[in-house]
Design a protein around this ligand. Structure first.
Ligand code: AKG
Length: 267
């Protein structure tokens, strides 16, 4: 709590998952044989166009079929925020919420999954939770930036993401010069390691191979973060939804233009 939680310092926790049955048991093969029949929503990383909802599922299919697609090289479609409490509660027996001085929101243990070279765009979580990302399968690289770096990251107004056109693995600093001022962290995580992502931290992820993570979340307890959380959900997301439905692509274009203008002003 003193060294990481309170100072909001990301850290890789090597032994947190060591005693969990999940660490021995959970693998792509295990999920395929035990849960392959489940129907799962999968999401594309392409940006929403026109009046399309920002987080609409691309399709629903059997987990087994999706895993076969990953094995054949699929690297766009990913599983995102899949609630295991609702959909595969048996898995809850394989891990326990760690004693870290944070109160976990036990209704939302969620899974993320992707294939080799899958990318998750730079974003921060709308609920401003402190996250413990527990990893399984092939390794992942995670770029992390503290909330005070937002001004250099081309945040798209009314969203919780950076400009989709930026390739954070090889950023074009001529086109996006503010990025050169951003200071952050790179974390490489492997099967059995857990990454602490502090509240409001930006994260961008590259799956180096087929893998999945379970994120445990602890909602913020301080008043200012709680007010911000409420604002994100009630105001920002609602306004964004209404504007996108009524104005469509012009709204998206306006926000992307503002993202560039604001980042350039910050330098
Ligand atoms: O690992 C992923 O695919 C995404 C994880 C993430 O964005 C999160 O836990 O908030």
């Amino acid at each position: 709590m003193e060294r990481y939680l309170h100072p909001a310092q990301p850290v890789i926790l090597n032994s947190l998952m060591a005693q969990w049955p999940a660490t021995q048991k959970w693998s792509i093969e295990f999920l395929q044989s035990e849960f392959g029949h489940l129907e799962v929503p999968v999401y594309s990383s392409k940006p929403a166009q026109g009046k399309q909802h920002q987080h609409a599922a691309e399709q629903h299919l059997e987990l087994s079929k999706y895993l076969n697609m990953l094995k054949s090289g699929e690297n766009d479609l990913r599983i995102f925020f899949y609630n295991i409490l609702q959909n595969a509660p048996e898995l809850l027996q394989d891990f326990e919420y760690p004693e870290l001085g944070m109160e976990f929101f036990k209704r939302l243990p969620v899974l993320f999954m992707g294939g080799k070279d899958t990318r998750v765009q730079m974003h921060f979580d709308i609920d401003l939770a402190n996250l413990i990302l527990c990893h399984f399968g092939g390794p992942k690289t995670v770029l992390l930036f503290a909330p005070d770096q937002s001004r250099f990251l081309y945040r798209v107004p009314y969203s919780f993401s950076a400009l989709h056109s930026i390739d954070f693995t090889n950023p074009d600093l001529e086109q996006y010069p503010a990025l050169a001022h951003a200071k952050g962290y790179v974390a490489h995580i492997e099967h059995g390691q857990a990454l602490f992502i502090p509240s409001g931290f930006w994260h961008f992820i590259v799956y180096e191979d087929i893998g999945f993570s379970m994120t445990l979340r602890s909602l913020p307890t301080d008043l200012s973060s709680r007010l911000q959380l409420l604002r994100n959900i009630v105001v920002t997301r609602t306004v964004e939804g209404i504007m996108r439905k009524t104005i469509g692509q012009r709204w998206n274009d306006r926000n992307e233009r503002l993202a560039v203008e604001r980042a350039e002003l910050s330098i």
